[in-house]
Design a protein around this ligand. Structure first.
Ligand code: PHE
Length: 466
């Protein structure tokens, strides 16, 4: 049996590159666009606490499971799962985890590119000083005008897709690795600059209090499921991105000092990734809420918060042109390193089937672009064409993030917890502490699957009763 990874696609140069790449996948629109507005909607501090619990108790264990499957399989998620099913002598239907992930990744990539491309347009608008002195009505009108313009959005969606698939086409070392090595440090610096800026505004204390004051009366069962879903989406779980990145993670690395090979631990790497992802989400909140309070704006703004309310705040403050521009550059960087991880699993699979990386990237990017056109049109020409959950965009988003991702997570947890041979799991994980291993195992076997079932059940229930 093949115990060593065959580096078909190449391997990350070091453990830190893996951590950076996985953090790049995790940190995205979920952190900067979605986390602040749902925190605003669900009332702040108490929701944040709930979210942290979900990251620790469900996100981290499933991420460990996903990386473990990936590193053990050593290939694209589809072929890795086939290989693992074979090794565990179970039905090859488990390969379905890979196909399911590829489908979710493809669907998410199609609309993710559209929303990310709004940020691209906003970089331009911020730089050109458009937000200066804008009123609330004007800001709303500006956002709506952009959405009403299919040509503008088609252009920016195309540009973002080219940026994304261009990196994927260059391969693991020359593309992904180089991109995250430049974009992630830039992202952290920009975020720190923006938090520093927010700290100079009069609304800072109020913003901090909003994020960290725990008012438990605001919590509901719904908040729990939303927090869970967010924890899951923000860590890029359930669709194979993390599994694919895990496949490029070396098992051991030579210690520079002693020259001896040291095992590369999955558990501690995942804890670092989850911590960084959480820090960025909280940091985004810290950078945004003070500006809203400074401008006397409501924190419960819904999805328009980043594109309507925030520009308004930037437009009112000194240095708003510079910091507004930096903010949207930050969003683009974050979304970019996430979207490449959405494309990589499918491209890797096609490469293993004999396609060149360029052809595979063109194919995947082209197909996701076409599907994305449906999302572009959902905001203008097809706005009135609603079915099931709403527009075309609403349906693709709901199906992929509320149903397929948790379903993928459920199957991954079941496979790692119940199906895969325990000796193999333990060997791959190489956890030093047996007690910690047992905690992980219990979480992944019972707690995480139940949580995933709850998320899916809630999604279906809210879809049919709403
Ligand atoms: N984690 C990304 C974000 O927070 C989104 C994502 C989901 C990326 C699933 C890859 C896979 O924006």
């Amino acid at each position: 049996m093949n115990e060593t990874n065959k580096p078909v696609h190449g391997m990350w140069t070091s453990r830190w590159v893996f951590i950076l790449a996985a953090t790049g996948s995790a940190v995205g629109l979920g952190n900067i666009w979605r986390f602040p507005y749902i925190t605003g909607e669900y009332g702040g501090g108490a929701f944040v606490l709930l979210y942290l619990a979900c990251i620790a108790l469900i996100g981290v264990p499933i991420m460990i499971a996903e990386v473990t499957l990936g590193r053990r399989g050593g290939l694209s998620p589809i072929h890795s799962m086939g290989r693992l099913a074979e090794q565990s002598k179970v039905s090859r239907r488990w390969k379905g985890i890979g196909y399911l992930g590829a489908l979710s990744g493809f669907l998410i990539l199609s609309f993710y590119s559209v929303v990310a491309s709004w940020a691209l347009i906003y970089v331009w608008e911020a730089v050109s000083g458009l937000f200066r002195g804008m009123t609330a009505v004007q800001s709303q009108a500006n956002f709506e005008a952009m959405q009403a313009n299919p040509w503008l959005m088609l252009g920016s969606h195309s540009l973002f897709m080219v940026l994304t698939m261009g990196v994927v086409a260059l391969g693991v070392k020359r593309g992904l690795e180089r991109a995250v090595e430049v974009l992630m440090p830039l992202l952290f610096v920009l975020l720190l600059v923006l938090i520093g800026y927010a700290a100079t505004t009069p609304g800072f204390a109020e913003g901090v209090a909003f994020l960290f004051a725990f008012d438990f009366s605001k919590l509901s069962g719904e908040a729990v499921v939303i927090a869970l879903g967010q924890a899951f989406f923000t860590l890029s779980l359930g669709m194979g991105a993390i599994m694919a990145y895990g496949a490029y993670m070396p098992r051991e690395i030579k210690d520079k000092k002693t020259g001896r090979a040291r095992p590369v631990s999955i558990g501690s790497s995942v804890v670092i990734i989850a911590a960084l992802d959480t820090l960025v989400a909280l940091g985004a909140g810290l950078a945004m809420f003070p500006l809203l309070f400074t401008g006397n704006l409501e924190p419960a703004q819904g999805p328009g918060m980043m594109f309507v309310t925030l520009p308004l705040a930037f437009g009112q403050m000194p240095g708003g042109v510079l910091f507004g521009s930096l903010f949207f550059v930050l969003v683009v960087c974050a979304a970019w390193t996430s979207s490449i991880s959405l494309g990589e699993p499918m491209v890797a699979w096609l490469v293993e089937r004999g396609k060149s990386r360029w052809a595979a990237s063109l194919l995947v990017g082209g197909a996701a672009w076409v599907l994305g056109v449906g999302s572009v049109l959902s905001f203008n020409l097809w706005k009135e064409h609603t079915f099931l959950m709403g527009t075309f965009f609403d349906n693709i988003e709901f199906l992929s993030t509320s149903i397929l991702l948790p379903l993928g997570g459920l199957l991954i947890a079941l496979f790692a917890g119940w199906v895969m041979k325990e000796t193999q799991v333990r060997k791959e994980l190489a956890m030093k502490s047996f007690a910690l291993y047992m905690v992980w195992r219990a979480l992944v076997r019972i707690f995480s699957p139940l949580a995933m079932i709850a998320v899916i059940a809630y999604a279906l229930w809210s879809a049919t009763s709403g």
